[in-house]
Ligand binder design. Structure first.
Ligand code: FAD
Length: 465
């Protein structure tokens, strides 16, 4: 087994969010890092940052940024979102707080800003070189040779990469090459829904035309619209719609049908999106995929992390947060192990159950967001949940708060969430106001069902990384 040798450069595939952050962690441990990035340098040329324009960063992602001294500056560019603002088809808007109080919030941040910020800080370590327009095409794990296509010159060359980290996203070339080896396998599940981004421009003087500190949702059953605030006063909306079927991207094929659809389903949003037709027909329709693969490494040669190892659908706002947590965990393992293979295999063992858990929770949250958030029973359950979080601090825990506001492993968040959810459902039966919840019965249920689980898994509640 090969020793970890800090005089040997590490090759990183992808200078996306996870690759750029991982490069910083490696540089701080004394490694020279060669990053190969397929896209042009987005700080110099106008390029699509890929996928969503903004995203939600929460406790796990912020914790990772704190480790490399970048949390504060990132927070200055982020907009706290304290809850979901539900836009029903008729009736009042309602704010469903995310946590027990306003201190528990998620944050909207620009993907392009964050990616540029991370690349710049990685390079500033003096140990990271990012080479752009370099597309990895083929990996020979035996010899440690890569075939790299230079998109600028059109030439393909061979490059040595004795240690390769693949952070090249959900369509990862490194993972695809790995999966050709015996004992490796992966599944990709494409969601039957796609997404389209639309813009609500800022009001006069950069004002926000809806509540700034919320993630807006228009839940409509089989489809939904959401909107996250941007620093300049605008909102980026994302329409999630089936690709095919009666109400789908396939049927919204003319400006007339599109406007009629928005008039019927999202009248308040329609008024705020002046370029609806232009944006809808010009912007690409994105697809979403869950990737589960096993294992994530090839001996001491290569490892995949971030979306390359475990892409998930975006409905828990955790893909990047989970990838950033990967960086913290791998960094910790590199401090403890003297051999690459040990660090890689422990990384896989530790992260795989958690990556699978958040993948499943993200799919479940899709149904919750587009369907349940509209129902009065769901709203009541959320109010009861908040009441219990405040009444039994540290004893009652909810899935959403554990995922978004703690670093408790996702697997445990999943399991605690199921128990907590059953308690809430039981307590909410037969009442119509959260204040009427029977607190004595609640205390008993928490004691009988949650306490033993928390006790049994006390070790697991010590966070990774
Ligand atoms: P990527 O960001 O995809 O970066 C991969 C990089 O590798 C890119 O720069 C790419 O150009 C490069 N690359 C690819 N192939 C090659 C190659 N062959 N050679 C060299 N370079 C290559 N997550 C959250 O935490 N919160 C959210 O709110 C959130 N919202 C989302 C909304 C949407 C609509 C979507 C689709 C995703 C969302 N995510 C969110 C998930 C998040 O975008 C991803 O988890 C995150 O981008 C993963 O980072 P990554 O660096 O692993 O991959």
């Amino acid at each position: 087994m090969r020793e970890i040798d800090r005089t040997q450069p590490v090759t990183l595939a992808g200078a996306g969010l996870v690759g750029s952050l991982m490069a910083m962690f490696l540089a701080r441990r004394g490694f020279q890092v060669e990053v190969l990035e397929r896209r042009p340098d987005m700080r110099r040329e106008t390029v699509e940052a890929g996928r969503s324009i903004n995203l939600a960063i929460s406790t796990r992602g912020l914790h990772a940024l704190r480790q490399v001294g970048l949390e504060e500056e990132a927070r200055r560019h982020a907009i706290p979102m304290r809850g979901r603002m539900i836009h029903p088809l008729s009736g009042e808007l309602t704010l469903q707080p995310y946590g027990k109080d306003d201190s528990q919030h998620i944050n909207s941040i620009s993907r392009a800003w964050l990616n540029k910020f991370l690349m710049t800080h990685a390079e500033a370590t003096g140990r990271v070189r990012i080479r752009f327009k370099q597309r990895i095409q083929h990996v020979d794990f035996e010899s440690g040779l890569l075939a790299v296509h230079d998109d600028a010159s059109g030439a393909t060359r061979e490059e040595r990469a004795p240690v390769l980290l693949g952070a090249d996203g959900s369509g990862s070339a490194v993972r695809q090459e790995m999966m050709k080896l015996p004992g490796h396998s992966s599944t990709q599940e494409l969601l039957s829904h796609g997404y389209k981004e639309l813009t609500i421009p800022a009001g006069p003087g950069g004002t926000f035309r809806m509540e700034k500190h919320a993630l807006h949702i228009w839940p409509r059953g089989s489809f939904m619209l959401i909107a996250l605030p941007n620093e300049d006063g605008s909102f980026t909306c994302t329409l999630f719609l089936p690709f095919e079927g009666p109400v789908s991207f396939a049927t919204l094929d003319s400006p007339g049908k599109l406007t009629a659809f928005f008039t019927e389903q999202f009248p308040d949003a329609l008024e705020l999106i002046p370029e609806l037709t232009h944006d809808f027909f010009k912007n690409p329709t994105g697809s979403m995929v869950t990737v589960k693969s096993t294992p994530w490494h090839v001996g001491s040669r290569a490892l995949v992390l971030g979306d390359a190892a475990h892409a998930i659908v975006p409905f828990f706002g955790q893909g990047m947060n989970c990838g950033f947590e990967d960086c913290v965990v791998l960094d910790g393992l590199l401090a403890r192990h003297s051999r690459w293979e040990e660090a890689f295999s422990e990384f896989f063992r530790a992260r795989k159950p958690n990556a699978d858990a958040i993948a499943d929770m993200a799919v479940e949250n899709f149904i919750e967001m587009r369907d349940s958030t509209a129902s009065p029973r769901f709203l009541l359950e959320k109010q009861v949940e908040k009441l219990l979080l405040n009444a039994f601090p540290g004893q009652f825990l909810s899935r959403y708060t554990l995922v978004s506001f703690s670093r408790v492993p996702y697997r445990l968040a999943y399991e605690v969430g199921s128990i907590a959810g059953s308690i809430v459902t039981e307590l909410t039966g037969g009442i119509s106001r959260a204040e009427d919840v029977d607190l004595e019965r609640a205390a008993r249920l928490v004691r009988e069902r949650l306490a033993p689980f928390l006790e049994e898994h006390a070790d697991g509640f010590r966070t990774e990384g």
